[in-house]
Design a protein around this ligand. Structure first.
Ligand SMILES: NC(=O)c1ccc[n+]([C@@H]2O[C@H](COP(=O)([O-])OP(=O)(O)OC[C@H]3O[C@@H](n4cnc5c(N)ncnc54)[C@H](OP(=O)(O)O)[C@@H]3O)[C@@H](O)[C@H]2O)c1
Length: 328
C-alpha cells in the first residue's frame, strides 16, 4: 500500500510511523508531510530515511490511504485534495467526527462501522476513546443511559507544544526564571487546569461536549446522557478518566469484571490501580477501582487510564486501516 501521513512530525504523526510497522501494515511506499518548517528534514521508517514534504495534489496522487495528524482547520483544507487523489482519509482531528456519513470508529467497539465510509473515517477524541473502552464492555451487558466523567488529561494531548510547555515551565521554576504560558490558558507545572478546548454556550467546553456527542455515535446509543469535566494535569503522557455510569438494568460487579477481563484492548486490574506512568508507550487501556456507584442505583464507578497518543490517536487510526484490510 502507498500511505501518507500529514503532520508526520507531530506527537501523533511520529507515533503513527511506528504503529504502521508494529501493526504490520503492508507499506510499499510512505510519504511524510508536515509544514514548510520541516521540509528538507527526514524521519526514519524501518531504518530508512524518508524525506518530509509539503502537502501538494501532485504528492497526494497515487496514495491509497492518508492519515491526518494536523489541526481540524488543516484537515478541512486538505480533505478535497486527498479525496481528489482517490485516497482513503483517516483523520485524527475533530473536523469530521459529527458528519453523518463519516464513521467514527474504535475498532474493538464499532469496527464494522468503518466499512460504511465514503472516503473519510474519523478517529474519536482521545479522552473519549479511553472512557469508552472502559464503558463498552459494561454497555454490552446492558445499554448505558447516563455517565458522569472527569478527565485528567496529559499535556501531550496538546501535541509537541504542550509537552514542551510543561518541560520548560518546570525548568524555569527550578531556575527561578519567569514562567511563560502559551499552549495552555494558565501555568500547568504544579497545577491543574479545569478548562480544555473552547467555551460552549451551556457552560461546557468543546472538549467536554465530545464525550456525549461521540459516545452516542460510537456506542449506537442516541439517548446517552453524559456530564463531563475535562482537566489538564501536569502529566506528560496518558490520559486518565474517572467514570460513574448507570445502565438500563443494574450490572453487578462480578458481571462487569468478567466483561472487562474478556474485552480486547483492556487490562482489568482487580489489584492496584491504573496510572499514567504505567500505561504510557503501550496500547492497552487499564481499568480498575471498579465499585458500586453511590449515586446511580445499580450503577458502577471505575477509573481508567490509556496512552492517548497511541490508543487515543495513532494506534487506533492504524487499527482502523487494519480492520479494513482484514476483509480484503
Ligand atoms: N496529541 C494527542 O494526544 C492527540 C490525541 C488525539 C487526537 N489528536 C489530534 O491530532 C491532531 C495532531 O495533533 P498533535 O498532538 O500531533 O499536534 P502537534 O504535535 O502540534 O503536531 C502538528 C503537526 O501538524 C503539522 N503542520 C502544521 N502546519 C502544517 C501545514 N500547514 N501543513 C501540513 N502539516 C502541518 C506540524 O508540522 P511541523 O512540525 O512542520 O510544524 C506537525 O507535524 C490534532 O487534530 C489533534 O487534535 C491529538
Amino acid at each position: 500500500m502507498k500511505i501518507g501521513i500529514i503532520g508526520a512530525t507531530g506527537a501523533v504523526g511520529r507515533q503513527m510511523i511506528d504503529c504502521l510497522d508494529e501493526q504490520a501494515i503492508p507499506v510499499e511506499e510512505l510519504r511524510l508531510f508536515a509544514s514548510s518548517r520541516s521540509v528538507g528534514r527526514t524521519m526514519k521508517f524501518k531504518q530508512k530515511d524518508v524525506a518530509i514534504e509539503a502537502v501538494s495534489q501532485d504528492r497526494l496522487n497515487g496514495l491509497d490511504a492518508v492519515f491526518g495528524a494536523v489541526s481540524a482547520e488543516l484537515a478541512k483544507e486538505y480533505r478535497p485534495l486527498i479525496q481528489k487523489a482517490g485516497a482513503l482519509f483517516i483523520d485524527n482531528s475533530s473536523a469530521f467526527r459529527a458528519e453523518e456519513d463519516v464513521p467514527l470508529v474504535i475498532p474493538e467497539i464499532n469496527g464494522a462501522d468503518a466499512f460504511a465510509h465514503h472516503g473519510v473515517i474519523a478517529n474519536p477524541n482521545c479522552s473519549t476513546i479511553v472512557a469508552l473502552m472502559a464503558a463498552a464492555p459494561i454497555a454490552n451487558i446492558s445499554p448505558i443511559e447516563k455517565m458522569i466523567v472527569s478527565t485528567y488529561q496529559a499535556v501531550s494531548g496538546a501535541g509537541i507544544p504542550g509537552l514542551r510547555e510543561l518541560h520548560d515551565q518546570i525548568h524555569s521554576i527550578e531556575e527561578g526564571k519567569p514562567v511563560e504560558t502559551e499552549a495552555f490558558p494558565a501555568q500547568i507545572a504544579y497545577n491543574c487546569i479545569p478548562f480544555i478546548g473552547s467555551e460552549g454556550t451551556d457552560g461546557y467546553t468543546s472538549e467536554e461536549a465530545k464525550m456525549q456527542n461521540e459516545g452516542r455515535k460510537i456506542l449506537h446509543l442516541p439517548e446517552l446522557r453524559v456530564t463531563c469535566t475535562c482537566v489538564r494535569v501536569p502529566v506528560f503522557r496518558s490520559h486518565s478518566v474517572s467514570v460513574s455510569l448507570q445502565c438500563k438494568e443494574p450490572v453487578s460487579i462480578e458481571a462487569a469484571e468478567q466483561a472487562l477481563r474478556l474485552y480486547p484492548g483492556i487490562r482489568y486490574m482487580k489489584e492496584g490501580y491504573p496510572m499514567p506512568l504505567d500505561t504510557s508507550d503501550q496500547d492497552l487501556v487499564y481499568v480498575g477501582r471498579l465499585r458500586e456507584d453511590k449515586v446511580f442505583d445499580g450503577g458502577l464507578a471505575l477509573f481508567a487510564c490509556g496512552d492517548q497518543i497511541r490508543k487515543g490517536a495513532a494506534s487506533n487510526a492504524v487499527q482502523i486501516l487494519r480492520v479494513l484490510l482484514s476483509k480484503e
